[in-house]
Write a protein that binds this ligand. Sequence first.
Ligand SMILES: Cc1cc2nc3c(=O)[nH]c(=O)nc-3n(C[C@H](O)[C@H](O)[C@H](O)COP(=O)(O)O)c2cc1C
Length: 181
Amino acid sequence: MPENKKILGIACSALPRSNSMKLMEEFMRGAQSAGYDTEIIRINEDLLGCTGCKWCKHNDSFCVRYDVLAHYFQELPSADAVVLSFGIYMGYPQGEAWMFMNRHYCLHTGAVGGSCRIEPGKKFYTIISQGAPDNPEYRAHCEALLKPFDAWGFVREEPLVSGGGHFEEKMKEAFALGAAL
Ligand SMILES: Cc1cc2nc3c(=O)[nH]c(=O)nc-3n(C[C@H](O)[C@H](O)[C@H](O)COP(=O)(O)O)c2cc1C
């Protein structure tokens, strides 16, 4: 049983009955059963974009924009894994997920691909909710969003995609994924 291991969840959906949030909560229940501390940060309100101010580059700092992600960047160095959940809008990950990805610009100390402010090797899970069944087109759009996380040293796990029904099965999968951390 791991000690003081922590998982940070970033939930993008604004919907009150969000499916991706339900799956995230189930994933976290699984992780708690395996002894992990968990925290979910809902980012649909008060989320700011990267302004390209380069404060992070000039001052060896995490992002100084003070919004819902300030707490995330404070906790990230000591977290063991990150879980990102979002819905598919117009065939693509919803906007909040792209802003979340963009804000990681502060993680590399120089140009993209340069050294990183966090230890490499944190696991990165993705939970995706959509109306349509899983399909290659949406997968490719999600891959475009997620690929930059490789350069920041995250180790990506296969996304959990829920769409086209079978939601209860996906809830079980989400729990099992968290429990297997
Ligand atoms: C603005 C909007 C656009 C959407 N576009 C798509 C789409 O292109 N393809 C699809 O399969 N589902 C689409 N959906 C359905 C959502 O992906 C689905 O409701 C999903 O569960 C949303 O995630 P959430 O429940 O966690 O908020 C759309 C929903 C909204 C609100």
